[in-house]
Write a protein that binds this ligand. Structure first.
Ligand code: SF4
Ligand code: SF4
Length: 289
């Protein structure tokens, strides 16, 4: 990461099609209040137009013509652009909804006035504008927001979630089937994979301080792939996770494969690779926090 920023910053938050979870996470951080100036964020500040800023945070995917217009306008007034969260990087929930029945539902309401026009496909922010930094997470934690905005020198991201988790991996505890999180007691201190839970923290980038796994919820991969996988395909990510389960468990590979393809997991396991799609170059790992 580059040098810490100490001078007051002017920053703005542009929300495209998403759920506003990223904005709520930013509001849960208080370090920037009184030190830096938030000039635009429709969720909390009424402002007619997007001002000139040092940093523009963009959340959400490009799903409507309003999204496209607002993004282009905001970026032309920003010195630096940070794509924040799964939706800005990979489409997220708006991309999962990129299906015929959703389009039909939307069109059925076309008599409502002032609906923005749906674009043919949901696209990530960097399909349209240059992005200086990617901040993956669903949502990124308040600490990650602060690190992206102000670059504190002591901030370090664990290579993978396991490095921040602290649960022990055991050689002699090999489950035969996956367990749903609602079944049974989760043992403290022992790796969730050993307990039969589908935790993908072995190949997911750290930085979230293992927010989910420490209290006992398997990691679903919202921080995206680790550096080793970020410029590869999602197939490489799938097979890395499968290899971990083959070495630590006796769970049939087809059971793991089916679970990884569930909407909950595939939303995140496609980050940075397939969604960028076709002839687009991979996103450089140096640009990912
Ligand atoms: S519980 Fe998940 S994140 Fe923690 S050590 Fe095991 S695989 Fe890694
Ligand atoms: S533990 Fe996994 S799912 Fe939870 S915040 Fe971290 S990366 Fe996201």
């Amino acid at each position: 990461m580059s040098e810490e920023r100490t001078a007051p910053l002017r920053f703005a938050v542009l929300q495209l099609s998403g759920c506003a979870g990223c904005e709520v996470s930013l509001l849960n951080a208080s370090e920037w209040v009184d030190k830096h100036r938030l000039l635009y964020m429709p969720l909390v500040i009424s402002a007619y137009d997007i001002p000139e800023v040092d940093i523009l945070l963009v959340s959400g995917g490009i799903r409507t013509d309003d999204d496209l217009y607002n993004l282009r306008r905001a970026v032309s007034r920003a010195k630096q652009v940070i794509a924040v969260g799964t939706c800005a990087i990979s489409g997220g929930v708006a991309n999962l909804g990129d299906r015929d029945e959703v389009r039909a539902l939307f069109m059925a309401q076309a008599e409502r006035r002032h609906l923005p026009r749906l674009l043919p496909k949901c696209r990530p922010v960097d399909a349209v504008v240059n992005v200086d930094l990617y901040l993956p997470g669903c949502p990124p934690t308040p600490e990650l927001f602060m690190a992206a905005l102000f670059r504190p020198p002591d901030f370090k991201v664990g290579r993978i979630v396991c490095a921040e988790c602290g649960r022990k991996k055991l050689k002699d505890m090999r489950p035969k089937h996956l367990r749903g999180i609602e079944h049974g007691q989760v043992l403290s201190d022992i790796c969730l994979v050993n307990q039969g839970y589908l935790c993908v923290g072995t190949s997911v980038r750290g930085g979230c301080r293992a927010l989910c796994t420490r209290p006992g919820h398997p990691c679903v991969g919202c921080r995206g792939p680790s550096d080793a996988l970020i410029e590869g395909s999602s197939a490489a990510w799938f097979s890395t996770i499968s290899r971990v389960f083959a070495s630590m468990t006796d769970i049939p590979p087809e059971e793991i494969d089916a679970a990884l393809r569930s909407p909950q997991l595939s939303l995140f396991l496609f980050q940075f690779s397939d969604y960028a799609g076709g002839d687009r170059p991979p996103r450089p790992k140096e640009k990912v926090l």
